[in-house]
Design a protein around this ligand. Sequence first.
Ligand SMILES: *Cc1c(COP(=O)(O)O)cnc(C)c1O
Length: 221
Amino acid sequence: MSITDNLLKIKGSLPKNVTLVAVSKTHPTEAVAKAYAAGQRIFGESRPQEMRDKYTSLPKDIEWHMIGHLQTNKVKYIAPFVALVHSIDSQRLLECINHEAAKNSRVIDILLEIHVAEEISKTGWDIAELRAYLEEGSWRELKNVRIRGVMSIATNTDDESRVRGDFERLMEYRAQLAEYFDENFNIVSMGMSDDYELAIACGSTMVRIGSKIFGERDYSK
Ligand SMILES: *Cc1c(COP(=O)(O)O)cnc(C)c1O
């Protein structure tokens, strides 16, 4: 199946309240252009320079989402244009985004990436640490970021009950954290190619789908 066919099939199957992020990392600009021609406007990338290069050469009505782990020294590459950063997992990174957004006279939307998988993973906020940080309150002074919701990557396993457990945990955390925010705290980014249907059944409002649209990735390129 072609990129266009894959995209339209997935889009047609999603409930109206679920946003599709087409994850184009490692795929060439031409692949993104094909999905764009089929109507897709939201794309996810995980490397700042790659995202910036694609932003430069593609139409400007694309919303670029940063979904990968982000180093503070690379935030400057994406701060002028990024629409949503899914992967905020530390106070330091949040403050850095705020600083770079201010330099660009922007307010940047972000999601709090929370560690829910049972497997040891490097990314994602420990929920106890996140709660302590939100309670402490200094984040309220960061006027150039807007915290829009939560994001997680589920355990990489065929065991559906474990994946479901991860998704349910994120939904529970989101409900607990909502007391700190207003009605704009309404995005739950969870679900990838292999688990997005389950994620939606558990309450996801934003799915990040790469290989089911663009095919397998080749990281050697
Ligand atoms: C690569 C990536 C995806 C997309 O993965 P697929 O399995 O190809 O759909 C989704 N989320 C994150 C954070 C990713 O890094």
